[in-house]
Design a protein around this ligand. Structure first.
Ligand code: ASP
Ligand code: MG
Length: 381
């Protein structure tokens, strides 16, 4: 057994899976902050899961499409990674072999003037493969042993539904390599897997959350933490409602409903594996690790609406009130709309019954969202 973390002090211990998305991995200081958070809040045995650096997946999609039109250019991607390496005073050539591999694939896409799903997933994989190397290097530069790990090398297998692949069986059954064999802190690529034929697959945009949850299930982690750019799951999208507040405790069913309605906080499928495995799920704030964020719990909290979301239901714009026992609040919300001359012209319920929809006129949904949030969550307004 290799010593792992802190150097030499640990053998096996309680595992915490910590997932960091693109927003956390924006630049060199962001990567350093990740290393800092893991070092101070990772407990006995942290396992890190990373997305691509912010914006890189979009750059990769663009590069693949451009190649299919006859233009090969991966400069933007190379420069993005190199500038973060420079900010970290890390070897500028760290990712050169990946850059070369990427150029070769782009060339072959250009040659055929066609972008197949298999190649696109291969191209997309560079984002997470690169960020895992960068983050592991940053640990190493701080004197902490860490190993970049491609999730498919651990045995994460999916169907062949490229760009939106789903795990084949509970990840525990497919895990081929013990997490304890990995020297130091494993820094695992999110988003990526392989299918039965060995082709790279990806789990859908924002799929790293799902990777983290699957891994947490597979390694029997005690907790999985999603470290985000917001202080937990909020009562509304803070870009629309700056007063939105962090929800301390949220039940799984409401979190799932929020995901299905399009709240961008957690990948909608990411919760299921953790629920299955009884792993504790937390959403935490990268900018303030002392903030408690949100704990997701199994039990029904029955506290009425926990959040409001601007959504589209049956092709019509609506404000959704999410949470059990939302009947009374529906009436309150309607009154708040009426007071502002924004009547709800229809109402409805989601399939699960956990969301009430108040349909509003086209173009008025954001204003309606603010009004409803004010009425439900900002007493005294
Ligand atoms: N990098 C991928 C994306 O941007 C996966 C993720 O961020 O979770 O969609
Ligand atoms: Mg991302």
């Amino acid at each position: 057994m290799r010593a792992r973390y802190p150097l030499g002090a640990m053998e096996q211990g309680v595992i915490k899976v910590m997932k960091f998305g693109g927003a956390a991995l924006r630049d060199g200081p962001g990567v350093r902050r990740v290393v800092d958070i893991v070092t101070h809040h990772g407990g006995e045995a942290p396992v890190v899961v990373v997305s691509a650096l912010e914006g890189v997946t979009d750059l990769l999609v663009d590069a693949a499409r451009a190649a299919a039109r006859g233009e090969v250019n991966s400069d933007a991607i190379r420069i993005r990674h190199r500038s973060v390496l420079a900010q970290l005073s890390a070897d500028p050539e760290l990712l050169d072999r990946y850059s070369r591999e990427l150029s070769l694939i782009l060339e072959s896409i250009r040659g055929r003037r066609e972008l197949g799903a298999v190649e696109l997933d291969h191209v997309l994989s560079f984002g997470e493969r690169a960020s895992a190397r960068i983050v592991a290097k940053c640990f190493e530069n701080q004197g902490i042993m860490a190993t970049p790990v491609d999730s498919y090398d651990l045995g994460l297998k999916t169907d062949s539904n490229h760009r939106n692949a789903r795990p084949l069986s509970p990840a525990r059954a497919t895990l081929e390599r013990s997490i304890w064999e990995i020297p130091g802190i494993p820094v695992v690529t999110g988003f990526l897997a392989k299918d039965g034929e060995g082709n790279l697959t990806t789990l859908g945009r924002n799929g790293s959350d799902l990777s983290a949850a699957l891994l947490a299930e597979a390694v029997e982690a005690e907790a999985v933490e999603f470290w985000k750019g917001v202080p937990g799951v909020l009562s509304a999208d803070p870009a629309v409602v700056p007063e939105a507040r962090s929800i301390e405790r949220l039940c799984f069913a409401d979190a799932e409903e929020l995901g299905h309605l399009g709240a961008r906080i957690l990948h909608p499928d990411a919760i299921a594996p953790a629920v299955r495995a009884g792993v504790e799920v937390r959403v935490r704030f990268v900018k303030d690790p002392s903030h408690p964020g949100t704990v997701l719990v199994k039990e029904e909290l029955g506290v009425g609406p926990v959040a409001v979301v601007a959504t589209v239901h049956e092709a019509r714009e609506a404000v959704a009130l999410v949470g059990a026992n939302n009947e009374e609040s529906g009436a309150l919300a309607r009154r708040a709309l009426e007071e502002r001359g924004l009547s709800a012209d229809w109402t409805g319920r989601s399939k699960s019954g956990r969301a009430v929809f108040l349909g509003v006129k086209p173009g008025e949904v954001l204003e309606a969202l603010r009004a409803v949030h004010g009425a439900l969550f900002e007493p005294g307004l």
